[in-house]
Design a protein around this ligand. Structure first.
Ligand code: ZN
Length: 357
């Protein structure tokens, strides 16, 4: 059995936030907006006007910053009886929106304000405890109803978030291919869909062709065709690819990297970017192919080794990362079995070769 999941509608373009009201009116006349305080300050009036024109009452609830059960409970006690949850902000803000919509049984509308991860289209969300430690990954019964991506908003977000999004997306091709070859399962616990594999390949090609020009557009805060293409690849294609195609070593490594303090605080997409190189080494890919990816990373500003990810590894760090990686549910989505030593060896190789130099 294959399963392919997706939002009902994905809307992307410069200025599309002004269409918010007409897009969401189909779900009812009252919406609760869970929103990053800075996003509320910048775009709150625009969103409220758009909703008012479409006859939708929009009540805003600033997000306190951490995706915990206590925060879900706090928000659930405040929102009253809306017909939908709209979340506008970064990854954790979208996750709290998903958690709230899950708890209240309401449709979820994602408005990512940075293209930093593959999460906005997915039915996954991550809960943390009050000390910011990852508690568990949960799943909505359905994907978000709508994902609305205003590329003018994305172009005004910090550059490093955009770069992280490229890092999260560029290696989906390797992860989905590995999962398919290993007969692994996708995030719906079903067989990977070939459509997801096709999307992962297209995502990779689009990023290689357009990332340089898109980064120039980020610096100008002016979305152009290359920028639009990269945003679609990092948010839509990458999200659909991992969820219906499956994950492998790169995302498994985020567990290990998050267990070592100096790499734990780096952005998810940067962790994944580094881990893509480890996965390619574990696949015994030719040095030239790894070098080509390293060259691309150099142009984008993505980490090519642990030093660039967060600093020189301390004694035992590499082994600890490898051991943490082995605890991931995606670790067996790989054509051959792996050990802590295999992963440590690949990491040591990346630190020592300096292909990038
Ligand atoms: Zn990811």
């Amino acid at each position: 059995m294959i399963v392919f999941g997706s939002p009902s509608r994905y809307i992307q373009g410069a200025g599309v936030l002004s269409r918010l009201g007409q897009e969401v009116a189909t779900y009812g006349d009252a919406a609760a907006l869970v929103v990053d305080p800075i996003v509320l300050e910048r775009y709150g009036a625009q969103m409220a006007d758009s909703c008012a024109q479409a006859g939708v009452r929009l009540a805003a609830f600033p997000f306190a910053g951490e995706c915990t059960d206590a925060e879900v409970q706090r928000l659930a006690g405040q929102v009253g009886h809306p017909r939908m949850i709209i979340a506008a902000g970064g990854g954790k803000c979208l996750d709290i929106g998903k958690a709230l919509s899950h708890r209240l049984g309401l449709p979820m509308i994602s408005i990512p304000t940075a293209a930093s991860t593959d999460a906005p289209v997915s039915h996954n969300y991550v809960m943390y405890d009050s000390s910011h430690k990852l508690l568990e990954v949960r799943h909505l019964p359905r994907n978000p109803a709508q994902v609305i991506v205003d590329t003018q908003v994305i172009a005004e977000a910090p550059r490093h978030l955009f770069v992280a999004g490229v890092g999260d997306a560029i290696g989906k091709i390797y992860e989905v291919e590995a999962c398919v070859n290993a007969r692994g399962r996708n995030i719906f616990s079903a067989n990977p869909a070939l459509s997801a594999l096709a999307l992962a390949r297209a995502c990779h090609a689009i990023l290689l062709d357009n990332a340089d020009q898109a980064l120039a557009a980020v610096d100008q805060h002016r979305p152009d065709d290359a920028f639009e293409a990269v945003v679609e690849a990092t948010i839509l294609m990458s999200g659909l690819a991992f969820e219906s195609g499956g994950l492998s070593i790169s995302h498994s490594m985020t567990r290990g990297l998050s267990s070592v303090p100096q790499y734990a605080r780096t952005l998810h997409g940067l962790q994944v970017a580094y881990a893509n190189l480890v996965q390619l080494r574990l696949e015994h890919r030719p040095d030239a192919e790894i070098q080509a990816l390293i060259d691309f990373y150099g142009r984008c500003g993505l980490p090519r080794n642990l030093v660039e990810l967060g600093g020189q590894p301390g004694p035992g760090d590499i082994r600890a990362i490898a051991a943490g990686t082995m605890t991931s549910p995606h670790i067996n989505h790989f054509p051959h079995g792996l050990s802590i030593e295999d992963i440590s060896d690949a990491m040591h190789w990346l630190e020592s070769t300096r292909l990038a130099a």
